[in-house]
Ligand binder design. Structure first.
Ligand SMILES: Cc1cc2nc3c(=O)[nH]c(=O)nc-3n(C[C@H](O)[C@H](O)[C@H](O)COP(=O)(O)O)c2cc1C
Length: 201
């Protein structure tokens, strides 16, 4: 049965614009996968802690050598990775915060990038070990940045998922959301069209 991982990263969680638009993408996915199941994660209601030296130390300790405390420290990361591996596709609702991704998403990445588990190094370089068929990023921004040097967020997200082995990363943008009512309405319509086009393909 196909599985979708849906992640809300906005401060406003499932009440955010990025989540509302991601909801449209989810609806399209459900049309194609009527028997599919959805795992949902909302960082606003269930925050991801920042990585600490102790947690990273537990990651890099062999499972059989971990103390009970270290087992507790790796448990969240293990759960997040299991959820990622169970999924066939992922949809992430991602507002731009201070030209980057929300820090909650950054903390999530720190928990799912694990050497020997989600990536490994070979003599030829890094090899991703995650097998998601597609990641869709629904990106909302108060200003307009896509296609300009200021949009380091898109490149970062593409690079991160590529590092984990996911080549197919699609972006849907709703930009200019803080530039007045007309710009907001137009950006929502354009994002909805992009979602329809993506799923018609
Ligand atoms: C803390 C914070 C930082 C933001 N930084 C940026 C930014 O760097 N560039 C930008 O275009 N918009 C920025 N915004 C505006 C949001 O990206 C915009 O309001 C977006 O539509 C929010 O989407 P959401 O409803 O999914 O949270 C910022 C908003 C917040 C709350």
């Amino acid at each position: 049965m196909p599985r979708l991982l849906l992640i809300h990263t906005s401060l406003n969680g499932s009440n955010s614009l990025s989540s509302a638009l991601a909801g449209d993408a989810v609806a399209r996915w459900q049309e194609k996968n009527p028997a599919g199941t959805i795992d949902e994660r909302d960082f606003a209601t269930t925050p991801i802690p920042h990585l600490t030296a102790e947690t990273f130390g537990a990651f890099t300790t062999a499972a059989e050598d971990r103390t009970p405390e270290q087992n507790e420290l790796v448990a969240l990361s293990d759960t997040l990775i299991e959820q990622l591996r169970d999924a066939d596709e992922a949809i992430l609702a991602v507002p731009m915060y201070n030209f980057g991704v929300p820090s909650q998403l950054r903390a999530y990445f720190d928990h799912i990038a694990r050497a020997g588990i989600t990536f490994r190094y070979s003599p030829e370089g890094p090899v991703g070990m995650v097998e998601l068929a597609q990641v869709t990023i629904v990106a909302t921004r108060g200003g307009r940045h896509a296609g300009t040097a200021l949009d380091t967020q898109s490149a970062y997200l593409k690079n991160f998922f590529s590092f984990l082995g996911v080549a197919n990363v699609e972006f849907v943008y709703a930009e200019g959301t803080a530039m007045g009512e007309d710009a907001l309405t137009a950006s929502i319509a354009s994002a909805r069209n992009a979602i329809d086009a993506l799923h018609a393909a």
